[in-house]
Design a protein. Sequence first.
Length: 253
Amino acid sequence: MPTTTERLGRTRLRVSPGEGGGRCVVRSSVIGSDPTVPTIRPVITHHDAHRARVCLLPEGALLLAGDAIELDLTIDPGVTLEVVEPGGTVAYDMHGGRASWDVAVSVGAGARLSWAGEPFVVAEGAQVDRRTRIRYAEGARVALREVVVLGRHAERPGRVRLRADVRRDRRPVLVEDLDLGPASAPTLLGRHRVLASVLSLGTEGATDGVDVDRFDLARAGATLWRTCAHQAHQTRLEDAWTLASRAALTGND
């Protein structure tokens, strides 16, 4: 439940196999703690027996002080979900307040997920807790792109705490906690203000060929590409994302 200062916007999305060879089933719910809360609404742009493509559309201005956005995605065994975003998100100056952005993903055995995240801009004066939790089963494939921009043009960085907890069958694959802001960003990122990542899971052997900015994680088939840049378009991860998303989306059709 939200605290008295939070405005909760929760989006739940589940993709399941259809019956008798029909289209896969896409269920969603969008709940706000009050009528003024900004929410994110999933809109289906493609839908067939094996795959759904969903666009996440913001409804209302976000991210503002007190906003608590929750995204909960479940992809059941044997189906594919492709998530796209129409544009980036800006966390605005919160004048001493804070906001949260919480993503929870569950990918079943043999399921596929590709999520092409757009830039998440943390404006000067913003304070955001951003958390990503991923659970995936054996045979699942996942590709996730994230781009965090500290400050708009000519601004100082806002503050964002980035936490990731990725597990396969309850065993940790990637556990990370980064606290970035005006004090820490120069030490961690140097003169850069953009941190970009591509995460590929369950794609052993399918992501060979892009070695720049690449980190092979301890779990087989888990790879993280990460780079820093001054501008979002300078991140150099286009080839990594093409490879990771292709690997994630291949195999169900």
